[in-house]
Write a protein that binds this ligand. Structure first.
Ligand code: SAM
Ligand code: SF4
Length: 322
């Protein structure tokens, strides 16, 4: 599947729930979140059908996300089913890590190859403030369990916020020195339309230059099926340091993905305000109709996202799937 701008679309992000056991300040407002009714969330059977169709038109990698995917009942069995789809090369998951201590082994056995874990601070009180009540120890225990379970890759995603956690840059970079963990610094995106977002956002180039003051970072080439992160490595380090720059970097030219939200909206971009509902097709259409819909949405992919310029309402990252 190649889009109108020559990008090979081979990556699908499937959000399996809008629910979450944390309330990260950059992702959800403190109050007033409208949860979807259970009947408005795609069933596992429907999600499986979408995944199979997507693989049928060239998707090679599927990321399961949310909300928090590990809060949905039956997720491990569902993942094991997805893994059996012929032609799917990589099944990966993004999680906040709260349930990883109990679930890491089962996820690995189900065939999940790698895990991206969100972790924005290594200080308990800062972590609790960002996540509105999260327990850092629990998440670190989850990370340790994931290390033991032997995933191909473990990636830590840190959303960097000036004056909140940007002083922990070096502590996070140091996590890559001895262990094969990739740490990715993500620019804060104004999805909640907060007035002070520009003062919070630390551009990727600034992060790189701050880190380069201490380390002789070497750029490394991305691996096949990698997303839009730019990767560097401290010479001799076991892991890599990545920068994801949706605001300063406009990584759209490398975008290789489609998304399905937990309510079944197929989106060509994280910031695609419309999208196409898969529901009618999943309820009444054939597999051929589903393939046609996927192709149509892929054809709508824009060259560049418009998050900063658009005047839209807030984006609900926990529903769209981050
Ligand atoms: N609950 C899981 C987790 O936190 O990893 C998966 C869903 S979460 C919506 C997916 C990703 O979106 C996380 O890595 C999170 O850091 C990122 N994200 C959410 N809101 C963001 C924002 N405003 N700016 C940058 N990244 C954001
Ligand atoms: Fe939940 Fe993930 Fe959003 Fe944090 S970033 S509130 S863990 S969905």
């Amino acid at each position: 599947m190649v889009d109108n701008f020559g990008r090979k679309i081979n990556y699908l992000r499937l959000s399996v729930t809008d629910r979450c056991n944390l309330r990260c300040s950059y992702c959800m407002p403190a109050h007033g979140i409208k949860k979807l009714d259970h009947c408005d969330i795609l069933s596992y059977e429907q999600l499986h059908r979408v995944a199979t169709a997507a693989v049928g038109i060239g998707v090679e990698k599927i990321r399961i996300t949310g909300g928090e995917p590990l809060v949905r009942k039956g997720i491990v069995d569902f993942l094991a089913e997805l893994k059996r789809i012929p032609g799917l090369k990589k099944l990966v998951l993004t999680t906040n890590g709260v349930f990883l201590e109990e679930m890491a082994e089962g996820l690995r056995r189900a065939g999940v190859e790698s895990i991206n874990m969100s972790l924005d601070s290594l200080r308990p009180e800062v972590f609790a403030r960002i996540t509105r009540g999260g327990d850092l120890q629990r998440v670190l225990a989850g990370l340790a369990a994931a290390e033991r379970a032997g995933f191909e890759y473990l990636k830590i995603n840190m959303v960097v916020m000036r004056g909140i956690n940007d002083d922990e840059l070096f502590d996070f970079a140091a996590l890559t020195l001895d262990k094969p963990i990739n740490v990715r610094f993500i620019e804060y995106m104004p999805t909640l339309r907060d007035k002070n977002w520009e003062s919070l956002m630390v551009p990727g180039d600034e992060l790189l230059s701050r880190l380069s003051g201490r380390y002789d970072l070497q750029q490394v080439s991305p691996e096949a099926l990698d997303g839009p992160a730019r990767y560097y490595q401290v010479p001799g380090a076991a892991g890599k340091i990545g920068f994801i720059t949706p605001i300063s970097g406009h990584f759209c030219q490398k975008c290789n993905r489609l998304r399905v939200t937990s309510s079944g909206m197929l989106k060509s971009c994280l910031f695609d305000e419309g999208g196409v509902s898969l529901r009618p097709c999943l309820e009444r259409g054939t597999d051929a109709d589903l393939l046609e819909l996927l192709r149509q949405v892929e054809g709508r992919k824009q060259y560049k996202h418009t998050l900063v310029d658009s005047v839209s309402d807030t984006y609900n990252m926990s529903q769209i799937g981050g």
